[in-house]
Design a protein around this ligand. Structure first.
Ligand code: RBF
Length: 158
């Protein structure tokens, strides 16, 4: 479904478990940093809002979205980490690089989650334009970082 039709930033928290003792990995791509910083702030604020302790949120950066998978694995392999949230922005250009990156990240994060049996959240904003990305990072379509954090909390209650 198009994200313009579904904004999860006003998710329902009624089913959320207690996350006060949970540890979160946050992996943030530096490519399109102006936007990924907003996603990361949204994710961080959401975890804190729902009870996570600041010292239990381990934030790391990777150069670009393609590296989110390995960054996620570096964190997920630690037993103490309960969930990993991956954030990046891939904007379509003149070539098909975005397709390759997006598919690799989707498949890679799925693999890491299954391998370590813990939530590894796909917070990759994939758009045609910069404006569409900004709309999804604190703009008219909410903040996908907030939604990624909400998805992580939701999955911890599974
Ligand atoms: N990384 C992103 O996170 N978003 C992008 O839009 C993006 N575009 C790229 C376009 C090209 C042509 C290349 C070569 C890389 C791009 N990257 C992008 C970086 C990529 O995720 C990765 O960091 C580098 O390819 C190094 O492995």
């Amino acid at each position: 479904m198009a994200t313009s039709l579904k904004n999860l930033s006003d998710y329902t928290a009624s089913t959320f478990v207690d996350i006060s003792e949970k540890r979160f990995g946050l992996v943030v791509a530096e490519w399109n940093r102006d936007i990924t910083d907003v996603l990361a702030q949204g994710a961080f604020d959401t975890l804190i809002k729902h009870g996570a302790k600041e010292e239990n949120i381990y934030r790391n950066t990777v150069p670009g979205s393609f590296e989110l998978t390995l960054g996620a694995q570096f964190l997920a392999q630690h037993e103490e980490i309960d969930a990993v949230i991956c954030l990046g922005v891939v904007i379509r250009g003149d070539t098909k690089h975005d397709d390759y990156i997006n598919h690799a990240v989707a498949q890679g994060l799925t693999t890491v989650g299954l391998k370590f049996n813990k939530p590894v959240i796909f917070g990759l904003v994939t758009t045609n334009t910069l404006e569409q990305a900004q709309d999804r990072a604190g703009g008219k379509h909410g903040n996908k970082g907030v939604e990624a954090a909400a998805a992580a909390i939701h999955m911890l209650g599974f």
